[in-house]
Ligand binder design. Sequence first.
Ligand code: B16
Ligand code: MG
Length: 219
Amino acid sequence: MFEAVLFDLDGVITDTAEYHYQAWKGLANKLGIDIDRRFNEKLKGVSREDSLQLILEHGGQTGRYSDAEFQAFAKEKNDFYVDSIQAFSANDIYPGILNLLKELKDKNIKIALASASKNGPFLLERMGLTEYFDAIADPAAVKEGKPAPDLFLLASELIGVPIQHCIGIEDAKAGIQAIHAAGALPIGVGTAEDLGKDIPLVSDTSLLSYDYLVSEWQQ
Ligand code: B16
Ligand code: MG
């Protein structure tokens, strides 16, 4: 049986994916680059710097800005994003997630956060979820972000559970690839079109429960 669940945050625990999108769209528009929701799928789970790089590439502006300008754009996006999440609370937890965390605690299953976001700890605090997490993998502590396996491997190491005994839950293609590469069982929140046909998928988080995870683990 699985012994731990490694959670992505944005798009799995709460709807910050939309706020990231709005913040990037604002910055991209200012730079004269148009991005839409289809393109945004590529940014999900991807670090702040890598996301900005992808947006500049998309707009044919690779290499146009100095390092200092690049960092200033990344900061501008983050400032906008951080402003937009100040009022987050327990009301913003996605359906089914609090119940799942409680069920996992009851069953003595370890819980860790494997989010690419440096704002993850702040959001868990705002939503009153910090106490459920046995560990938070720091994205700044790993060499490579998603789709590389590093963050999920770090999360499993921090809770002392071999990665092969872990389930990873993700809403992003890059995150599913990272879980696969790490060697855990991926469960996707989203569509087969975005995440692939070959993994267990739920269309929304209200369908996630301990029993559902057990049934997928036993497949
Ligand atoms: P930050 P996740 C990811 O979080 C987001 O999906 C992605 O859009 C964002 O760029 C990345 O975190 C970095 O976030 O700028 O707040 O450090 O989905 O891995 O929980
Ligand atoms: Mg995500």
